[in-house]
Write a protein of this length. Structure first.
Length: 467
């Protein structure tokens, strides 16, 4: 048997081992994924956006010990990247590919199915886990990405050791060139991919896993129309996601607690997709602003149309009124919400409100209201949210009435609360500002919602707060 055939059989055997012995719930996706052996791949394993899993034979030859368990780990790891749509999420975040690759690894590697092992390639390259970066398990890649950004910024700000800098400056250039040539001659295949990280880089020992992780095509990836192997479509991915999710829930019912909670949550959200609350909140706010414009703007002959000369002898009216949108935000600062949860929740909502690009009036409220704060810039947000007053009981009805009394009145009143508050018995009248309920979901439990009717479901937005 030729060497490539022997390695391909080993890779396929590891897939069977992972699908039958370690992660049976992932079997449909494992068996559907095409496999490609490629020495052009500068890393042990990778996956492209079409679901093709790549292995480098030279890296696989370096494995010691339980080879099936280690290659099986690579199978599960790469397929998970593709099922969790990491490449699409990276594009939505406009993430830097290398740092996102690491964040996506941390999302996956917080759970290793029994019977699989992280591969040990040596040469400074390793599989990353949240604990190695001092981070908790069970978070999404987006959360890990923000934390890694902060770590990298902190490392960049640390001054370099003055003695090391002087030593590097004094080193003769010829000696540096000679050392570089020596390193290149003695380098093993793939050693460069696992080199130690430079100063200020937290990603040095993590390899590039291809467009299936960060969405950026790599030169070693096969073209979509390649005849060497087939590809998987987005429709295939959705079907496989649903089948894997069903198997996860079945396994969770059988074993009762052996699967981590975040894996079960992913399966539940796959079968019952979660609404994108950011898009929903932006849509509702913009609708309320447009309705407010309709009430404030009207045609008037007090100021003729600026193009009146075109329509002579007719005289046309012009639109007059206040064009600036106005939003009031009633913030629940009662004792049921801790400072950490409040800051995180406000940070999530602030990103949405900044895109609306309007002046915001913040009204802190527990069982009473406190001084309203005008917010225009990011600095205003930081100062305002740092000094929100409250800590008593909870009654958001008081805050809503206070927002209605603002002059001029707002187009919309956004109430941010955990839901443990009395709700108004009647929705706003047609001539009153629209009230939007932004209910914080701080854990797995759904927050209490206002009764429907009389409140409309489209005016209720459940805001999931990670962390």
């Amino acid at each position: 048997m030729s060497e490539p055939s022997r390695l391909l059989d080993r890779v396929r055997a590891a897939r069977v081992y992972a699908a039958e012995q370690a992660a049976s719930w992932l079997a449909p996706a494992l068996y559907a994924a095409p496999v490609v052996l490629s020495e052009a791949l500068p890393a042990p394993a990778a996956i492209d956006r079409y679901g093709r899993v790549y292995f480098n034979p030279q890296w696989l030859e370096r494995l010691q010990g339980d080879v099936l368990a280690q290659i099986g780990f690579l199978w599960v790891h790469e397929v998970w990247h593709w099922l969790r749509e990491h490449e699409a999420r990276a594009q939505e975040l406009r993430a830097e590919p290398t740092l996102w690759n690491l964040a996506a690894d941390l999302e996956i590697n917080d759970y290793i199915p029994k019977g699989l092992q992280m591969p040990d390639f040596g040469a400074g390259i390793r599989s990353a886990t949240p604990a190695q970066y001092g981070l908790p398990e069970g978070h999404l890649a987006e959360w890990y990405y923000r934390q890694l950004q902060q770590q990298q910024q902190q490392q960049n700000q640390q001054p370099q050791a003055q003695g090391n800098q002087q030593q590097r400056n004094q080193q003769p250039q010829a000696q540096g060139n000679q050392q570089q040539q020596s390193n290149q001659q003695g380098q093993q295949p793939g050693d460069q991919a696992g080199s130690e990280a430079p100063d200020g880089d937290v990603t040095g020992s993590v390899w590039d896993e291809g467009s299936g992780v960060h969405g950026q095509p790599r030169p070693w990836e096969l073209p979509p129309e390649s005849q060497e192997t087939h590809t998987l479509s987005d429709f295939d991915r959705q079907c496989l996601k649903e089948e894997v999710a069903k198997r996860i829930l079945e396994e969770a019912r059988k074993t009762r607690g052996t699967l981590p909670a975040h894996l079960v949550r992913w399966a539940e959200e796959t079968l019952k997709p979660r609404v994108n609350w950011r898009e929903q909140l932006k849509r509702v706010l913009r609708g309320a602003i447009n309705d407010g414009f309709g009430q404030r703007l009207d045609y008037s002959f007090r100021r003729p149309n600026r193009r009146a000369a075109i329509y002579e002898p007719f005289i046309l009216p012009a639109l007059q009124g206040e064009y600036r949108p106005r939003i009031a935000v009633v913030v629940d600062t009662s004792g049921s919400i801790g400072n950490r949860e409040l800051n995180q929740a406000m940070a999530e909502v602030r990103a949405v409100l900044e895109q609306v690009r309007t002046e915001i009036t913040l009204i802190p409220c527990d069982a009473r209201t406190y001084d309203a704060v005008k917010v225009r810039t990011q600095r205003d947000w930081q100062v305002a949210t740092r000094h929100l007053r409250g800590g008593g009981g909870t009654d958001m009805c008081v805050g809503i009435e206070e927002a209605k009394r603002l002059k001029p009145p707002p187009d919309a009143i956004l109430v941010l609360t955990d839901g443990y508050t009395p709700f108004p018995e009647q929705p706003p009248k047609p001539n009153e500002p629209l009230v939007i309920w932004g209910l914080w979901k701080l854990g797995d439990e759904e927050p209490p919602k206002p009764p429907s009717p009389p409140w409309r479901q489209r005016d209720i937005v459940v805001i999931r707060v990670e962390g």
